[in-house]
Ligand binder design. Structure first.
Ligand code: ELE
Length: 215
């Protein structure tokens, strides 16, 4: 794959966060997103099928960037890497998670929503952070407020949690936002019910919205 994983995530700008209950649906989902011009997904480890879905997507959908989300323990990082994941995302940051990701060379996006959390992650070398839950934590105004104090550290954010088409523009407009995560493109029910036309349409709309801001 060309480019680093975080560069490719930055290029995509949108990371669909998905909950998969049937691994076969995962492959169809990834193919749908790729066809819409959005070849990336963060598969949350909240369902028993998640690891199998990651394994199937990584093996069967070439060029697709598949991440593991909801990483809460070092053991989950090892499991995700074993399944073939390309990047990992956590709602929070701990030194143990960071060390586990570093040990296996996994590009890792830990979560942070306070100055103290941002500094703790930065001390471990993380510059790309998930801002979760974005809307309850102050939304785009909070992300914007963190720009100046942390500019010298090169901190950039992936706001996730409560992002919808109605507030997407406010995040896209921020230079410190490298990507935006959310379930609005591929909601759990639509994946489970195989409503891939609707998912493809939402992905194409998101790609067009991103294009309006430039990559
Ligand atoms: O499980 C995780 O680790 C998560 O990160 C949770 C997701 O980011 C949110 O579920 C996003 O939810 P929406 O607000 O529906 O876009």
């Amino acid at each position: 794959m060309s480019g680093s994983v975080l560069e490719r995530l930055t290029l995509a700008r949108i990371a669909p966060v998905v909950e998969i209950t049937d691994a076969r649906r995962g492959v169809e989902l990834a193919q749908t997103l790729a066809a819409a011009g959005l070849p990336v997904a963060e598969v949350t480890l909240r369902t028993p099928a998640a690891l199998e879905a990651i394994r199937a997507i990584a093996a069967e959908v070439p060029g697709f960037l598949v991440g593991a989300g909801t990483l809460l323990t070092p053991a989950q990082i090892d499991d995700a890497v074993e399944a073939g994941v390309h990047f990992g995302v956590s709602p929070g940051f701990t030194p143990a998670l960071s060390d586990a990701a570093t040990a296996v060379g996994l590009p890792f996006v830990p979560g942070a929503v306070t100055s103290t959390e941002i500094l703790a992650a930065a001390e471990r070398g993380h510059t790309h952070l998930k801002f979760f839950p974005a809307e309850p934590s102050g939304g785009s105004a909070a992300v914007a407020a963190f720009a100046a104090p942390f500019a010298s550290l090169g901190i950039r954010f992936m706001p996730t949690g409560g992002v919808r088409p109605s507030n997407l523009d406010a995040y896209l407009a921020l230079p410190t936002v490298f990507a935006i995560g959310g379930t609005w493109i591929a909601p759990r029910d639509q994946i489970t019910e195989g409503r891939f036309d609707e998912i493809g349409a939402a992905a194409r709309t998101a790609v067009a919205t991103v294009a309006a801001y430039g990559a």
